[in-house]
Design a protein around this ligand. Structure first.
Ligand code: PLP
Length: 406
């Protein structure tokens, strides 16, 4: 049974006061809070295990290795990857995307094309621009309409044998729009040999992921947005491509043999995991998966949809409030501005005085802001522990900010 009060009790930070008021935390797209189960796992690692993995034969090192590999298998199951060695630990989505962009260097030549969408976070734009600079390839962008819906006929017209990579997010962090990722992947497959990359940073916290059903070649996400510690993340890659491409980082752990003349690389996944990993974090990512699975991914999705629909209804009752992407299929996020209030950060600062945490600004998506000809939005984003009462507090707070600023 879905027991919201019991879920909230697992997040000690939610009982904090901010500026003398109960914290209303609606900045979950930036990072979510961590439940006791994850905090305990982190503390247990450092108080009882704390050893480096894979190298030592001593007991603690073996326990650390077993626990981290157990966590890898949990991630494998969580996203339904075919093999555990297709799951690579990273420090987050940004590192995952950069890793892919560097590792694919050899497969991209001058005049090849890389396609992204207008709805991307900067971390799914800049690594591809850098790859284009290194290789002479061209970046193309799937356009969107006024509702933030991607115009997929662009793919029909632009996919060709020149297309080497198509990289799109499953859910937009700025607007919460759910992109038709399976359709994008099947169009790409039908019309090119391009490698498909999915940025799952904003989808993993809210819905069940099945990378085999999705059919993508790569899927990346951050742990810290799904109740795990910061500095954790996952890069999933299909075995045949991971075997073909070069590693991004060189160093310890990722070699099979090393001489001054030549190095051979370790087998998957270690070829892509140079250096000491975030062992405690990676183990605690497994604990975050336990937390989500114990509640049930369908229950999380249903609850968050109730929150989103209620927030949309309450906020649209406010005169002069515009929600961006209002008519599109969305999850987890309401992004809005108040007419006549030029600067979203002013609204954010007033809300903060009332204990309400939202994000304001461009949300690392400047091209989206340019499209709407705005500097930024106020973004409220939800997690499983948020309540309808918190949305009432948000709506009252926005009304108050509007009165103060107009
Ligand atoms: N992609 C999307 C859609 C995001 O929302 C974010 C973070 O907000 C990122 C990528 C980058 O994630 P991180 O900063 O955890 O690497």
């Amino acid at each position: 049974m879905f027991d919201l009060q019991n879920i909230r009790k697992q997040f000690p930070i939610l009982s904090r006061k901010i500026n003398g008021k109960d914290l209303v935390y609606l900045d979950n797209a930036a990072t979510s809070h961590k439940p006791l189960h994850v905090l305990d796992s982190w503390q247990k690692y450092y108080t009882e295990i704390n050893a480096n993995v894979h190298r030592g034969i001593h007991t603690l090192s073996q326990i650390a290795t077993e626990e981290m590999e157990h966590s890898r298998r949990k991630v494998q199951k969580f996203i339904n990857a075919k093999n555990d060695f297709e799951v690579i630990f990273t420090k987050g989505t940004t590192e995952g995307l950069n890793l892919i962009a560097y590792s694919l260097n050899n497969l991209v030549k001058a005049d090849d094309e890389i396609i992204i969408s207008h709805l991307e976070h900067h971390s799914n734009i800049v690594p591809w621009q850098m790859l284009c600079e290194r290789t002479g390839a061209k970046l193309k962008v799937i356009p969107m309409d006024e509702n933030g819906v991607l115009q997929l006929d662009f793919l029909d017209k632009n996919l060709s044998e020149k297309t080497k990579i198509v990289s799109v997010n499953q859910v937009s962090n700025a607007l919460g729009i759910i992109n038709p990722i399976e359709e994008i992947i099947s169009k790409t497959r039908a019309n090119s040999n391009a490698i498909t990359v999915v940025d799952g940073a904003q989808s993993v916290p809210h819905q069940k992921i099945d990378v085999q059903k999705m059919g993508c070649d790569f899927f990346v996400f951050s742990g810290h947005k799904m109740y795990a510690p910061m500095g954790t993340g996952i890069l999933y890659g299909k075995e045949e491509i991971l075997r073909k491409i070069n590693p991004f980082h060189g160093g310890g752990e990722m070699i099979a043999t090393c001489t001054f003349e030549k190095t051979t690389y370790a087998d998957l996944p270690f070829k892509f995991e140079a250096g000491t990993p975030n062992v405690g974090g990676n183990i605690s990512l497994g604990a975050a998966i336990d937390f989500m699975e114990n509640i049930g991914l369908e229950n999380i999705k249903t609850h968050e949809n109730v929150l989103l629909n209620y927030a949309q209804k309450k906020l649209l009752e406010i005169d002069g409030l515009k929600i961006y992407g209002e008519k599109a299929m969305r999850t987890g996020v309401v992004s809005f501005n108040l007419e006549g209030v030029g600067i979203s950060s002013d609204v954010g600062m007033i809300l903060d005085k009332m204990g309400i945490a939202v994000r304001t600004g461009h949300h690392c998506t400047q091209p989206i802001m340019s499209f709407f000809n705005i500097a930024g939005t106020v973004r409220a984003s939800f997690a499983v522990y948020n309540t309808l009462e918190e949305i009432d507090i948000l709506a009252d707070g926005v009304r108050k900010a509007q009165r103060m600023l107009s």
